[in-house]
Design a protein around this ligand. Sequence first.
Ligand code: PSU
Length: 301
Amino acid sequence: MIPIHYSTEVAAARTSGAAIVALESTIITHGMPFPQNVETARLVEDDVRAAGAVPATIAVLDGKLHVGLELETLEALGQAQNVAKLSRADMAACIATGGTGATTVAATMIAAHLAGIHVFATGGIGGVHRGAEHSFDISADLHELAQTPVTVVGAGAKAILDLPKTFEVLETLGVPVIAYGQDRLPAFWSASSDLPAPLRMDTPEDIARAQQTRSAMGLQGGQLVANPIPQADEIPAEVLHPIITQALQEAEAQGITAKAVTPFLLGRIFELTEGRSLTANIALVRNNARLAAQIAIAMTK
Ligand code: PSU
């Protein structure tokens, strides 16, 4: 096992057996602009605490895997330049070479599992990019869900993606996709899509039991909880549709590929919606953090 550096708060929670919720750091370094990124990270941590659990934001700093960040560290990371965006393929190399990197959904799941944390809240997972039939651009988040036993709470997958293909791949990989409290899958900034939810659950206790049953059956992997953004904060899909199309066209025209695609699209959609996409993104992450805390608490019982 590699050494893990725990924050004071997370170390205490591990001793007392308190519920812990993992949080990722790519959303801070690549998903939102400063200073809203740091403010959001703090609010999300406070949401987890207010719900009765302990937040563990995860990152690799100077070659060390951190589970739980002290406030000064979080603030510094939110302003740091040239931070790597780590996934399964490059996380170990970053640690081995003393690098600094933010963890995506895939890398955060790996770290959470190493630290014995079963629940993780994010905004939305990566997935199959539009045009993947040409680019083959499919996020490593999907395969991670298939092999690492962590329940990920997100507002579905980001709506910049090809959502039908993303959920198709999750089904092929045997990943349970559970819509929380509704029959249709959410679409990140929008509370609903026209895609039927493969599974629906209405309580954190059911979701906790489903993960525990999966593990008890010897089935590998986690599950995706697709938690709709609160209606009051959503941006209707018809408003977003032309904006996403424009951002995608610009990405293609500018030759943006690989890890740069998602940050570019999120940044352009922020500009094109005059900040509304960010307000919605913040609301949905906070909503996910609150549900993740309830699930983590249910798992300790
Ligand atoms: N959720 C958000 N904003 C983000 C992300 C999630 O609200 O920026 C990050 C996560 O770290 C996720 C990554 O793993 O986007 C997906 O990147 P890609 O499409 O390159 O796999």
